[in-house]
Every structure is written in C-alpha cells, then in structure tokens.
Design a protein around this ligand. Sequence first.
Ligand code: GLV
Ligand code: MN
Ligand code: MN
Length: 412
Amino acid sequence: MSDISVIANGKRVLADLNALRAIGTYKTGVHKPTFSEAHMRSLVWLTEKLPDAGLTGAIDGIGNVVGTSAKPGPKLLAGSHLESQNHAGWLDGPLGVVYALEAARVINTDPSIPGAVEVAAWCDEEGHFGHFLGSRSYVGLVTDADIDAARDRTGGKSMRDALREVGLAGRARMTASPGRHIGYLEAHIEQGDLLESSGLAVGVVTSIVGIWQYRISFEGEQNHAGTTRMAARKDAGLALAKFCVAIDARFPAACGPRTVWTTGRIALDPGAPSIIPGRAEMLFQIRDDDPAVIGRLEALLHVMAEEATAAGPCRIAVERIRTGAPAKMDPAFQDAIEVASKVLADGKSVRMPSGAGHDAQMLATVMPAGMLFVPSIGGISHHWTENTADADIVRGAQVFVEACRRLLARAV
Ligand code: GLV
Ligand code: MN
Ligand code: MN
C-alpha cells in the first residue's frame, strides 16, 4: 500500500481557495460572519462544486452542507467550515473544506479506488451564534430550544431571524447516520508557529483542547469621578483589572504545560470617563486538553473571587457559560496521516495537540476522528494577515488525499 495511486491537483486546490477568498474579501483575508451574504454565497459555491466530486448535497436547516456519495464501499467524512471570524483570515476553515473536496474529486470519481469521501462544511464553527453549532447539530447535541435562544454576538440578531432571512427556516437538519462513516478527517492551518519554526510540513493532531468560558462580574458603586474620594470608591473597573493581574500571577502554579487563558472582552458600566464604573464584566476563557487541569483552575477562580470579595470593596461572581470536552484523535487516523507524510512530505511531520477548537472534536463524539495541520506563516490566525505558503498548501493537500485513500483502503 506504499505506492501513491492518487495525487491532489495543487493548482485546482489553490484556485478553489482563491475563489472562496474572492467572496467577502477583506484586505488580504475575508469577512464572512455566519449567515452573512458572503458566507451564504460560499455555501452555494460549495454545493455547486459537489457534483464534480460525485456528491449530492444542499444547505440544511442550520447552515451545514454535507455532500453524500452513492459510490459503494466505505465512506469517510471530511470537511471544516466556511464562515470566518470578523475581518479574519482566508484559510481558517476553507482549507479543510477544499482539501475534502479535492479528496472527493480524486477518489470518488475513480472506480479503481475503493470507497468515497463525503464533504462537509459545518456552520458557525467560529461561534457567532453559539459554538460549533453546525457540527454539534450533526452529532445530535443541539436542540430547537438552543436555536431559539441563540443570538449573534456582534449584532444581537436572533438565530431564528437569521435563518429566516437566508431562507433556511423550516428546513430539516442533517444528522449523522450511525455506522455510515468510517470516521472524520479534517485539515486546518496550524494557527500557531510550531511547524514553521521547526521547518516541518505537517502536524498530526493527537488531541484537541477543551474550551471553558466564564462570565466574571464585578459589582461596586457607580459614582461621580470628580467628587468621590479615592478611599471611598467601590470601582468595579479597577477590581476587574486587579483580578486579571491576579489570575496571571496565580494560574502558573496550578496550570498544565500547555494551558492557555484569555480575557477576550471587558465591559465597564456605564463606561464613561466621568463616572466610576458601578459594574464590570469580563469574558474569560481557559483551554487545556486535560479536564482535570481545567477543573483545578476553575476551582482556583472561585477561591480568588471569594478572597477578593472578602477583601472588598467590590463583589465578584464567577459564572461558567461554556464547556467543551477535549477530544483525543484516533490512533489509526494519526498513523495514516503520518505514513502519508513520510511518502509525500519527506517525513517532515510531528505529532502535536491542537490549542484551537475544531469541528473534529464534535465529530469525535460519534466516530473516530483525525486532524492534519499545515504551517501558518508567523503563527498568525484570527486576523486578516493569516497566510500559508502555496507550496505548503499544495503539499498538505497531497498528504490529505493520500491519508484519505489509506483510511478507506484499510476499511475495505
Ligand atoms: C476556533 O476558531 C477557536 O477559537 O479555537
Ligand atoms: Mn477553524
Ligand atoms: Mn477560527
């Protein structure tokens, strides 16, 4: 099985990625929030490409596209997402969808290669309305009530209104058919700098981090910024700033080797220069691939909040608003990517955990899953300057298609 019998068409992969970049272009990246006109046009672009890969599919009731094949033999599900963060990069998501499409075009149309690749674009991986809504819906973890409650984090529009406006209201949502797929394979840019700084071509993902998110609220006393003596103030904004600094001082003793934490949003109320904030709020995120580490840090957050409340002058409350289990990638999928890298990338691969969340962690709840990374220039992502060298994109596509072939061949 070491002979390479299939090869990705690098020019076609680059052309497709650039075609998607031309929809909703923002500087050198894209702006494609979930259910925006540019996102919907990208989904239509994909549905129109499916027949070239022997697939049929349409956009479902939550904005997922899943192309299915009538070819006999084992089926491998592959894909990623087509919406972006606001004003962000062109490869975060589309790379994995286009690699899947390329694998399907090469494998599904060749009767001498057993099995088929089925292509998915999962909606809202970037969490405009929730988190992993499309892939979570596919694995049966999103209720109608979840959709009723979901709102766009930027403009506040309800998800029901958004679905109605883009013509998806009332459409059925596709769900995984037990036993249909041998597993799920996703490619992604690394979004960090390990591969580039080590001169490597491929990351073989071993696990994907869990993401826990918290709303931390600070209650003080709103008052006049000129007349209130410093000693008499209950400044919720200052309490928030001190809490952030305290987290950075105390977390290192309790965290794991690759734990990360981020205060991604701060709001001061009422947020005016002449008013001492009476309330403040921060959105805080912890990521690790070990739930025990996250549990320890969450407990520490509560202790710190109690201590700071006792010390005064503000009251601090910690509320968990999101949990996401970490996922282990399937060993056979890791092996297939590694062997394909030996054949097509001079063995320049490394096994590594993913610090970013990916739809693969949702698919991993119902089937074996694997992920392949390609280098990110400068490790930049979630920014419009995100990029990967064309040669790395093409090599990654070749490794991906070969890994798909190997996974299907071993399932025959
Ligand atoms: C996914 O985009 C993440 O934030 O990890
Ligand atoms: Mn992504
Ligand atoms: Mn992303």
